[in-house]
Design a protein around this ligand. Structure first.
Ligand code: MOS
Length: 734
């Protein structure tokens, strides 16, 4: 945080933007390698049973087809008897593509057709004949509820006497909410391009949020320690879908190893519906409160679906024990195993579901207590995390309510449902609170001062389009007192310094801290180098006594001592340092989270039941914001997704077939531009010296949390109807 020219906190455009808009940014399925073959995956059409036989003769007879890979002819796989668990694996036994003849879910990959081009591979795939021995399957969460088992999640122990207090409470609500399966639909479908090198090593372009996770996964699965390099310079959206290696990756590797050729496997849009997703859930929330709305007891139970081979868990109910002041809290989380694939993290996993229910229930409480929904939340504010029994390192949530309400014009709202209209449109104003954890993971970064004075900083993180390249460049340029143009940040290569998965909203706090510390360590090296000269004005000086600015180092308040970094490095040679940043000890005594207040205006056509979200104000407290432009983009993206969650997104399954049916973008609805009105993002000032030296908490997930509840609450305000089952489609409103 050197000079007034520091890029920290400035709304800079993405440094990788020009590469993207000129087509120079290449994605995993676009890299060209010599002699490339193309794979197309054949998926199971039954949900449970056994493959009796696979007749690939017609496919193999197609000229240009070189291989039909199945469980019968795949190469031997080192870890298949004891499956390898990747960094984001759920409890249980990870899915193993082409392991054996068992079918565990509809859409399971059962063969890979490899051909000279993609069209041939896809055509030949349609000629593969599979005979199954089908077994009865169960895919409906609601009809299997009695089989539920406790989720292997460590929940905060109950506090107080929830049942007793609920019985005696003056205000009491007992509500049930349900949310559907939602599938990941990033712009870029999953793809892996495996470059088979002459020495048998593999260089793989993969769509992933964790190059090192994929590297370790392949090393573990195939017993190929030190022979795998994963590259992922650009990712066309992911938000959880790229946290775990997906099946196209091991399939492409199997084919490459068997053929000793380079192979690419790209999933079709329909195949994006054959792996992880947001789980279907039912939730029950009971609230006891005083007549003035003061919370006395909360009981929150969630039941989610999972596969038969893994217990997928996420933080669905914890929020109800930490967001508000409440002395009596009981949380419960159950899973129902079905003949489906395992769910997967999807933007703000758990919070999108749990906070949706909690914040709808809070709106119902506001009406039961006849107090304004914002006032109700202010009344129940706490600066203390009741689950962890720790103070928050910072929680400027009240500023979010105040500034958001002010910007939205909330004071002009009339409380009564159906009291605001514009012609035949019913107008509704609703709000909700959002919350997400502010985590930090160990991460490393390397900083290198080149002879030309350029700073190259690197770490094996990724940029899913959210701005990692840009904010890391800003942090490095700021720390080093260099203009942005003289700094380059490299990522998306498993050979770079250790970085965690790019997820959980912890990239800035984890990798950003490593970048900052690496640059500080490099400054020490530069100072040491400058002190090598006996006549150096820096002799005996420590880092506190010098300033780095504009590509020069000088003694504090002594511009006459300024020396160009290029001069120092010309003598010393390239200076390089690698640093590992750990979460600070000071964090242990605090809880840390990001918060938001979301205000929504809906317009509901009274006769048609159509809902338009015309305005959203999201006021966010996330510590210091490195780049208000990329950060606001993230919040907007989250808001759009939240509108989709509220009104559109639902993967529908035909339980007779056990198969997701609307597996394309014409039937799986997501918001388009015409569905979205104004989105106004506010970052409230929040000073936090506990979370990390940057004071930044991360903004990847908070944007979506609370949005669906705010929309549902606005719909109630517009129509007087409480729809507790997402998505709120027009049939439910008529
Ligand atoms: Mo996020 S669901 O951790 O990409």
């Amino acid at each position: 945080m050197n000079s007034s020219t520091s890029p920290f906190g400035k709304p800079l455009a993405r440094v990788d933007g020009p590469l993207k808009v000129t087509g120079q940014a290449h994605y995993a399925g676009e890299f060209h390698v010599p002699g490339l073959l193309y794979g197309s995956v054949v998926n199971s059409s039954i949900a449970r049973g056994r493959i009796v036989s696979i007749d690939a003769s017609a496919a193999e007879a197609v000229p240009g087809v070189v291989l039909v890979l199945t469980h019968q002819n795949r190469p031997p796989i080192a870890s298949y008897d004891e499956p390898y668990e990747d960094d984001d694996a759920a409890d249980g036994s990870p899915f193993r593509p082409l392991f054996n003849d068992r079918i565990l879910y509809s859409g399971q990959p059962i063969a890979l057709v490899v051909a000279e081009n993609l069209e041939l591979a896809r055509h030949a795939g349609s000629l593969v004949r599979v005979e199954y021995a089908a077994e009865p399957h169960h895919t409906d969460l609601l009809s299997e509820l009695e089989t539920m088992h406790k989720a292997p999640a460590e929940l905060p122990s109950p506090r107080g006497d929830v049942d007793g207090v609920l019985r005696g409470a003056m205000l009491r609500l007992d509500l049930e909410y349900s949310t559907p399966v939602e599938h990941h639909n990033p712009m870029e479908p999953h793809a892996s391009t495996v470059h088979y090198l002459p020495d048998g090593k593999l260089e793989i372009y993969d769509k992933t949020q964790g190059v090192q996770n994929c590297m370790r996964y392949l090393e573990g699965v195939f017993g190929m320690e030190g022979q795998i390099r994963i590259l992922s310079p650009f990712v066309g959206g992911a938000f959880g879908s790229g946290l775990r290696p997906q099946y196209q990756l091991p399939l492409a590797v199997m084919a490459a190893l068997k053929l000793k050729r380079s192979v690419r496997v790209t999933l079709k849009r329909q195949q994006m519906f054959t792996f992880g997703y947001r789980p279907r859930t039912v939730q029950r929330i009971a609230i006891g409160a005083a007549p003035n709305g003061q919370l006395e007891a909360i009981s929150h139970q969630a039941i989610g679906q999972t596969s038969r081979f893994e217990d997928f868990t996420e933080h669905e109910v914890e929020w109800s024990g930490m967001l508000y002041e409440c002395p009596n809290v009981k949380l419960d989380y159950q899973l129902v195993a079905l003949d489906v694939y395992t769910p997967l993290d999807m933007r703000a996993p758990g919070a999108t579901i749990g906070v949706y229910a909690l914040e709808c229930a809070m709106d119902e409480l506001a009406y039961a207590a006849a107090i304004d929904p914002v006032a109700l939340r202010m009344r129940n504010f706490t600066a203390h995390n009741g689950n962890e029994d720790k103070p928050y390192s910072s929680k400027e949530l009240r500023q979010c309510y105040e500034q958001g309400a002010e910007r939205f014009g909330w004071s002009r709202r009339s409380m009564e449902p159906r009291s605001m209209r514009d012609g035949h449109q019913l107008i509704g104003w609703g709000m909700a609170t959002g919350v997400w954890e502010a985590m930090q993971m160990p991460a490393s970064a390397k900083a290198c001062l080149e002879p030309d004075g350029r700073l190259v900083v690197s770490s094996a993180t990724s940029d899913i389009g959210t701005g990692t390249y840009t904010v890391m460049t800003q942090i490095a340029a700021d720390t080093m007192g260099l203009p942005m143009e003289q700094v380059e940040f490299r990522l998306g290569d498993s050979n770079l310094s250790q970085a965690p998965l790019e997820g959980g909203s912890f990239t800035v706090s984890s990798v950003g801290s490593a970048v900052q510390q690496a640059c500080q360590a490099l400054q020490q090296k530069i100072l040491d180098a400058a002190q090598q000269s006996p006549v150096s004005p820096f002799t005996g000086v420590t880092l506190d006594g010098v300033v780095f600015d504009g590509g020069r180092m000088q003694l504090k308040d002594r511009p006459d001592t300024a020396v160009e970094l290029t001069q120092i490095v010309a003598v010393s040679g390239v200076l390089e340092v690698e640093v590992k940043a750990e979460p600070g000890k000071q964090r242990e005594n605090y809880a840390s989270a990001t918060h938001s207040a979301v205000f929504v205006e809906v317009r509901v056509d009274e006769s048609l039941g159509t809902v338009k979200v015309s305005r959203v104000v999201s006021a966010v407290a996330a510590g210091r914001v490195v780049n208000p432009k990329t950060a606001a983009n993230q919040i907007m993206g989250g808001v759009v997704w939240g509108v989709g969650q509220a009104l559109q997104e639902e993967t529908q399954i035909d339980h007779t077939l056990g198969r997701y049916m609307n597996h394309n973008l014409s039937e799986y609805h997501i918001p388009v531009n015409a569905d979205i009105g104004e989105i106004d993002v506010i970052f409230v000032e929040e000073k936090d010296e506990i979370v990390n030296a940057l004071g930044s908490k991360g903004v990847g997930e908070i944007g979506i949390v609370g949005v669906a509840a705010a929309v549902a609450n606005a719909i109630y305000h517009a129509t007087g109807k409480r729809i507790r089952d997402l998505p709120i489609t027009l049939d439910k409103l008529l």
